[in-house]
Ligand binder design. Structure first.
Ligand SMILES: [Zn+2]
Ligand SMILES: [Zn+2]
Length: 290
């Protein structure tokens, strides 16, 4: 029994570490860093601040990898609970004969819509303590894509899996959507000062997402879309996408940028502070400006 559980755990870790999205993103960010150094951007991508923050982002990834089985089990329980509710869904057969590319595009659209609303929920007083971990990076780069608290990984997964399974999207198209979204997430965090001109409303650029990480009040809770800024334009959270030279991070809120251990416990620390302030009648929405 013990040996069986051990083998399952090893299989789970292997599948997670060798998953297409993990390999694609790590390879992509590593390749970008190598090219950046080769073309003389060493001061930009390998500064002391960049190295310190990248190390903490990778430490967060290591914690998440270690805890991956918890996410799989919890996501499975939520999916089973959702199935129990018997909510009518689009049958998978409705997509029979649909071209594979169309399925992948619908999968990306559905996932990005779910991600937008999940991200919006993470910028509320209850969600912010979890999401502050992602915003803690004071040198945003490709590795920031991995600086996500375990509770956020779980929340995001539940949001889009529930939506895509409700839509009857085949598992292959869900994986394709996930790989494309993961690569794009790494791309928008790169130290590139570029946008997409006439396609800015359709595909988020590094400039667009840099504003999301800007530690300036007018940008808080803005530019929330992962891939498709159209959601921000539609739902009133669009800010701007020009060159961003504002400071990154959330240090104004006292969120540490390079203390990996404190970031693991950050959601609980902030919820505890919120709870105590609420009990003392001192809590205000403005205490959490995001
Ligand atoms: Zn955010
Ligand atoms: Zn980000």
């Amino acid at each position: 029994m013990l040996a069986e559980s051990g083998a399952t755990l090893v299989a789970l870790y292997r599948a997670h570490l060798l998953s297409p999205s993990m390999l694609a993103v790590l390879g992509f960010v590593a390749a970008f860093t190598l090219v950046a150094v080769a073309i003389g951007w060493r001061h930009r991508v390998l500064s002391a601040l960049a190295l310190r923050n990248s190390a903490v982002s990778l430490a967060t990834l290591a914690v998440n990898i270690l805890m991956a089985p918890v996410v799989y089990v919890a996501a499975g329980l939520v999916a089973a609970g959702y199935a129990q509710l018997g909510i009518p869904a689009v049958p998978a057969s409705a997509w029979d004969g649909a071209p594979w590319l169309l399925m992948a595009v619908i999968g990306i659209l559905g996932k990005d819509f779910a991600d937008y609303w999940c991200h919006r929920a993470l910028h509320t007083p209850i969600g912010w303590p979890v999401h502050a971990v992602h915003h803690s990076d004071t040198h945003v780069n490709g590795f920031t894509a991995f600086r996500v608290h375990l509770l956020e990984v779980l929340t995001m997964k539940v949001f889009y899996i529930v939506l895509l399974t409700w839509m009857g999207i085949p598992p292959g198209a869900i994986v394709a959507a996930y790989v494309v979204a993961s690569l794009h997430t790494a791309y928008v965090h790169l130290e590139l000062d570029i946008d997409h001109g006439p396609l800015n409303w359709l595909v988020a650029s590094p400039r667009f997402h840099r504003w999301h990480h800007a530690d300036v009040p007018e940008a808080y809770g803005k530019n929330l879309a992962n891939m498709i800024p159209l959601w921000d334009l539609m739902f009133g959270t669009y800010h701007r996408h020009d060159s961003c030279h504002a400071p990154m991070g959330a240090t104004r809120d006292g969120v540490p940028d390079t203390d990996a251990a404190k970031l693991v416990t950050l959601p609980f620390t902030l919820w505890w502070r919120q709870g105590r302030a609420a009990l003392a009648g001192r809590w205000h929405r403005r205490d959490l400006p995001r």
